[in-house]
Design a protein around this ligand. Structure first.
Ligand SMILES: NC(=O)c1ccc[n+]([C@@H]2O[C@H](COP(=O)([O-])OP(=O)(O)OC[C@H]3O[C@@H](n4cnc5c(N)ncnc54)[C@H](OP(=O)(O)O)[C@@H]3O)[C@@H](O)[C@H]2O)c1
Length: 244
């Protein structure tokens, strides 16, 4: 650990819309955050400036998590700076529609390699460090669409379902030292343009009658960070959307 004594988090996808709010909240929980970005350099720079107000040793690194070599490079840079890893927050994700039957190999690879393969190899690097120190937490970001049948989003939803299963596999394998859980957001209000259908139509399908707020996700992360007896779970933060 760095001399400041703060816990250390490695986070992917911190330059994302929800991701940047998650990164800030983790810093606010007393973590130094080493985060990765891919194409949004300015968003990453703006985030780093904000994070350093509360967590001055935080750092950022470019990384394409669809490439295992990039993941290895990012973890090598991380290890140079930090002696331990308390939390992996795996949030990087690619999202676009791919209506059947015209999904190309390139689209499939882009979605599945980023979301599923990238999350797997990031988790694999993280547990190497966590096993040595005999402790750690991993939180993956999935999506309630993993449990819905969206034919226009097959590679995306399959990748998120895969992340949920990876979460269970890692939780079983690395218990009792490493806790592994997943958060599956429903539609987060600020970002509903990413999801098919107008906001009013979506709200009608949600028993709690509103879209999600980034704070709903942040509160769930804090809940998981404070709880030592939950592992292998997927927590749907969706206002009851999956209730049938
Ligand atoms: N926001 C929602 O309503 C919602 C709903 C359900 C689930 N989720 C999940 O919650 C998480 C956070 O969402 P968000 O709103 O922050 O998503 P977002 O705004 O789409 O951001 C995606 C993040 O992933 C990174 N990324 C994309 N491709 C990458 C690659 N090849 N290598 C490395 N990083 C890559 C992006 O980096 P660059 O921008 O730097 O390229 C960005 O930081 C995601 O896992 C998402 O699937 C979100």
């Amino acid at each position: 650990m760095k001399p400041s004594g703060r816990k250390v988090c490695f986070m992917t996808g911190a330059s994302g819309k929800l991701g940047s709010e998650i990164a800030l909240s983790i810093a606010g929980q007393g973590y130094t955050v080493f985060f990765t970005w891919h194409s949004s350099e300015q968003r990453a720079l703006d985030l780093l400036e904000k994070i350093r107000w509360i967590s001055p040793e935080s750092m950022m690194q470019r990384c394409d998590i669809s490439k295992t070599a990039d993941i290895a490079t990012a973890f090598a840079a991380f290890r140079k700076q930090f002696e331990r890893l308390d939390l992996l927050m795996a949030s990087a994700s690619n999202f676009f529609s791919t209506p059947l039957p015209d999904v190309s190999e390139e689209q499939w690879d882009s979605l599945v390699d980023t979301n599923l393969k990238g999350t797997f190899f990031t988790m694999q690097e993280a547990v190497k460090i966590m096993q040595q120190q005999e402790s750690g937490r991993i939180i993956t970001m999935s999506d309630i669409s993993a449990g819905l049948v969206w034919s226009d989003f097959a590679p995306y939803t399959v990748s998120k379902a895969g992340i949920q299963h990876l979460t269970r596999i890692f939780a079983r394998k690395y218990a009792p030292r490493i806790l592994v859980n997943s958060i599956a957001p429903g539609t987060i209000s600020e970002y509903h343009e990413n999801t098919p259908g107008p906001a009013e139509e979506l709200t009608e399908k949600i028993p709690l009658r509103r879209l999600g707020d980034p704070l709903d996700i942040v509160r769930t992360i804090i809940f998981l960070l404070e709880n030592d007896y939950i592992t292998g779970q997927v927590i749907n933060v969706d206002g009851g959307r999956l209730l049938r």
